[in-house]
Ligand binder design. Structure first.
Ligand code: FAD
Length: 291
């Protein structure tokens, strides 16, 4: 199929207008942001919606990266290109620039959004792994301006399924800024711009004495959902960074993930990658935290 089934189209003028339309039209409607995931699915007739509500006119309202002393707030309509090019974001969380350099191609990055990436909830989505690694929270707005904030763990409820209700919208991602932090991302792909065979993100926070105050690892394409691995945080916290610790974390990542054999590689190869990429990203995150 090259063309989607017929649908009605409306441009939202405000966030509340978009939510009002969702409330009225129910599950027959969908928001469209960059359209890079939704439209291919509609063309393939894997998804059929009677109404598309275009939220691109809200870019001025929801396309931003704001840094304060204790957190970074990113609007849901912030595009891949804006995440890639933001020096403030790269200074706070270099993991974003690492990831954006290997997501798709300039055409997709010019249009695709952070909100669309998280809401698509594809287990291979790189930004979901980034946000999981950084312990981000998602701000979800519903009818009457009601807002709730959910952790990344609670946001993804299954493959292609999120905590966002039919009459709700993701508006913002909040990431805590903590001292002594460093982060990194690595992906193995079959060719430039492709989806991951497996990718891993790591973030560490060092205490004043150089020991690990906290560490987090997030994997993509390594199971039915993007995975954070709390066992790694527990194993690393309180220790001085060392090669043996990264090896231990890599082994935990390999046995904690649940990859499937597919055209991108065998489950065994993907476990090997989860191990290797966890070690590499932890090593780089520590180097960055020290500098
Ligand atoms: C050729 C190609 C290669 C790609 N390669 C990669 C890759 O290597 N790594 C990677 O991570 N991604 C990749 N992508 C996906 C890309 O990152 C998309 O931009 C992203 O998945 C979806 O963002 P979008 O803004 O286009 O969302 P859309 O397609 O517009 O929407 C996706 C879903 O999210 C919903 N949605 C969108 N915004 C909101 C919101 N604010 N609130 C509630 N629901 C919302 C929509 O209703 C829809 O269900 C690739 C895409 C293409 C086409």
């Amino acid at each position: 199929m090259q063309v989607p089934a017929p649908f009605e189209y409306e441009r939202a003028t405000t966030v509340d207008h978009a939510i009002g339309l969702l409330e009225r039209l129910g599950s027959s409607a969908r928001l469209v942001a960059g359209g890079h995931s939704l439209l291919p699915m509609m063309k393939l007739r894997l998804a059929n919606f009677e109404y598309l509500i275009d939220i691109n006119p809200l870019h001025e309202e929801l396309g931003y990266i704001k840094t304060s002393s204790d957190e970074v707030r990113i609007g849901a309509l912030t595009r891949h290109r804006e995440l890639l090019e933001s020096d403030a974001l790269a200074a706070a969380f270099p993991i974003f620039r690492d990831a954006e350099r290997v997501i798709a191609d300039p055409i997709v990055r010019n249009r695709g959004t952070l909100g669309g990436s998280l809401c698509q909830a594809d287990p291979s989505e790189d930004l979901s792994a980034v946000c999981t690694t950084l312990d981000a929270s998602c701000v979800i707005r519903g009818p009457g301006g009601a807002e709730r904030v959910v952790s990344m763990e609670d946001f993804h409820v299954g493959p292609y399924e999120t905590a966002v209700g039919d009459d709700e919208m993701l508006t913002e991602i909040r990431i805590p800024l903590r001292p002594g932090g460093g982060s990194a991302y690595e992906k193995v792909e079959r060719r430039a711009g492709d989806w991951a065979v497996v990718s891993a993100g790591a973030a560490v926070w060092l205490a004043a004495d150089g020991t690990i105050d906290d560490a987090r690892v997030g994997l993509a394409a390594a199971g039915p959902n993007t995975t954070g691995i709390p066992e790694i945080s527990a194993a690393l916290t309180g220790h001085a960074p060392a090669e043996e610790l990264y090896e231990q974390a890599g082994a935990i990542a390999a046995r904690s993930c649940d990859p499937a054999t597919d055209q991108r590689g065998s489950a065994e190869y993907k476990r090997h990658l989860a191990n290797e990429l966890t070690r590499r990203t932890l090593r780089r995150a520590v180097e960055r935290a020290r500098s």
